[in-house]
Design a protein around this ligand. Structure first.
Ligand SMILES: Cc1cc2nc3c(=O)[nH]c(=O)nc-3n(C[C@H](O)[C@H](O)[C@H](O)COP(=O)(O)OP(=O)(O)OC[C@H]3O[C@@H](n4cnc5c(N)ncnc54)[C@H](O)[C@@H]3O)c2cc1C
Ligand code: SF4
Length: 427
């Protein structure tokens, strides 16, 4: 049987490994370890914050090793998950089919979205348990013509208790993440190697021959008939570039900025994150208690239970690059203008709760949806294979997205991975 090496076990990697195992002998190389949730209670977290020891976001890695944080030159926080399940383990489980940009290039993922909705529990059941302030905000959004929609969540609605800990690890097992697909692949015989950071691929005579990685001090190589890179929007370009394949400087990250106010006992920190979404031109708005801002931003002084916050998630300009360990990403003047416009809308929304503009405060800009450095175009609509890659090397992650979605991307990444698996199986 032909051997396939899949690099990464996040949204793209776990999906394609599950699809290919059986027809191929699949080995998954994952840089991180088995995912482990953040166990500290909310009370203890707040006590810890009061010690003043949380002065830099990068410190979070010592408490919660899965969450990797880098900072850009202008101090934007870049977040990703390194471990089994990749960044899906940190996600808030939003499930939106977002293939508009791909449809423009002739790639219609509707069949794959249909398959995914049969394989993943997706529900808006959480709406029954919304807190009073969330209901109130939903009505305000409706009154302002912002067309809010309850967010479909990749979770078992019956098991979800609306505890608000999605990004730290779900205590009830309600939240779906790509480890479920990874386990399916393993149950069918796929081999998973954790703690294995891929550094380079040897390419000879136009073919990917072997994958080279490092586990601590040890080096190892895996030969393969076909390689699929799914190391995420930061990881994949890095491996390609060190293997001699250049990528495009079209990195997007979907920056998030929260606009918050004091709202005694609103307990948004114990509410399902992003319970509804309002999709606007170039950004989305959603209620969201931002833990990164709460723990690390000096402006976020009130106790967590007294903070009410709205998230802006921006579809940023495709401009930026990964170069070795460095990430070069700066928001453009147009991005800042769009953010200002969205902040003004949030201030109006909070104004309807009686909050004055001067009583609002902003969060720290952070981003967790990297991609775009190997974008698909209409010419690759059938092959799903960027021409700069050797025939037997595929990419199956957010790197392929032509533009920022400014929306939760994982369902779309998984649909792309399914389509790529079909292409590979038809070769
Ligand atoms: C806080 C947060 C909340 C989010 N919430 C949502 C949400 O609700 N809904 C949604 O759709 N999206 C959400 N996202 C985004 C979503 O999780 C990611 O966009 C998605 O997981 C990206 O999929 P991927 O396959 O491209 O990469 P990833 O899921 O990041 O997977 C990449 C994998 O590759 C591994 N890897 C990296 N480098 C190497 C290497 N050199 N060698 C071997 N392995 C490597 C990583 O450990 C990881 O397992 C959220 C993101 C964040 C940060
Ligand atoms: S709100 Fe809590 S119970 Fe519900 S999915 Fe998120 S972590 Fe799990």
């Amino acid at each position: 049987m032909k051997k396939v090496v899949v690099v990464g076990s996040g949204a793209g990697g776990a999906t394609i490994a599950r699809e290919l195992q059986g027809a191929f002998e699949v080995t998954i190389l994952e840089a991180g370890q088995e995912y482990s949730p953040f166990k500290m209670s909310a009370k203890l977290q707040e006590k810890f914050k009061r010690t003043g020891m949380l002065f830099d976001e990068r410190l979070i890695q010592f408490l919660f090793p899965v969450m990797k944080i880098q900072k850009t030159a202008d101090r934007m926080i870049l977040v990703r998950g390194i471990g089994t399940g990749g960044t899906t383990t940190l996600a808030t489980a939003n499930a939106l089919p977002m293939d508009q940009n791909l449809k423009e290039a002739g790639i219609d993922l509707d069949p794959e979205f249909k398959e995914l909705t049969k394989e993943i529990p997706i529900s808006t059941e959480h709406q029954k348990r919304w807190r009073e302030d969330t209901r109130l905000l939903f009505t305000i959004f409706q009154e302002m013509g912002l067309n809010p929609k309850p967010t479909p969540k990749m979770s078992d609605g019956e098991l979800c208790t609306n505890c608000g800990r999605c990004i730290l690890g779900c205590p009830t097992g309600a939240k779906w993440d790509s480890r479920k697909f990874l386990r399916d692949a393993q149950a069918k015989g796929a081999r998973l190697v954790t703690g294995c950071r891929v550094e380079e691929i040897t390419i000879r005579n136009g073919k990917a021959e072997s994958v080279h990685c490092r586990s601590g001090w040890k080096k190892a190589s895996y030969s393969a008939d076909l390689v699929v890179l799914a190391a995420g929007g930061f990881g994949t370009p890095r491996i390609l570039q060190s293997s001699g394949i250049s990528c495009e400087s079209r990195l997007f990250v979907d920056p998030v900025l929260c606009v918050a106010c004091i709202r005694p006992n609103s307990f948004q920190n114990r509410e399902i994150p992003m319970p509804f979404i309002s999709q606007q031109k170039g950004y989305i708005l959603s209620p969201y208690f931002d833990p990164l801002s709460f723990y690390f931003n000096k402006e976020w002084k009130p106790p967590a239970k007294n903070i009410l916050s709205l998230m802006i998630k921006l579809a940023d300009t495709n401009m930026g690059k990964v170069e070795g360990n460095k990430i070069d990403k700066t928001l453009t003047a147009q991005d800042h203008k769009k953010l200002e416009e969205a902040v003004a809308v949030c201030i109006k929304i909070l104004g309807r709760l009686g909050v004055k503009q001067e009583e609002t405060f902003l969060g720290t800009i952070n981003a967790g949806h990297p991609g775009g450095m190997l974008p698909l175009s209409a010419a690759e609509a059938q092959s799903m294979h960027p021409p700069s890659l050797p025939d037997n090397l595929y990419v199956a992650d957010a790197s392929l997205l032509p533009r920022s979605l400014g929306n939760p991307p994982s369902l779309t990444i998984m649909a792309m991975a399914k389509r790529i698996a079909k292409v590979i199986q038809s070769l």
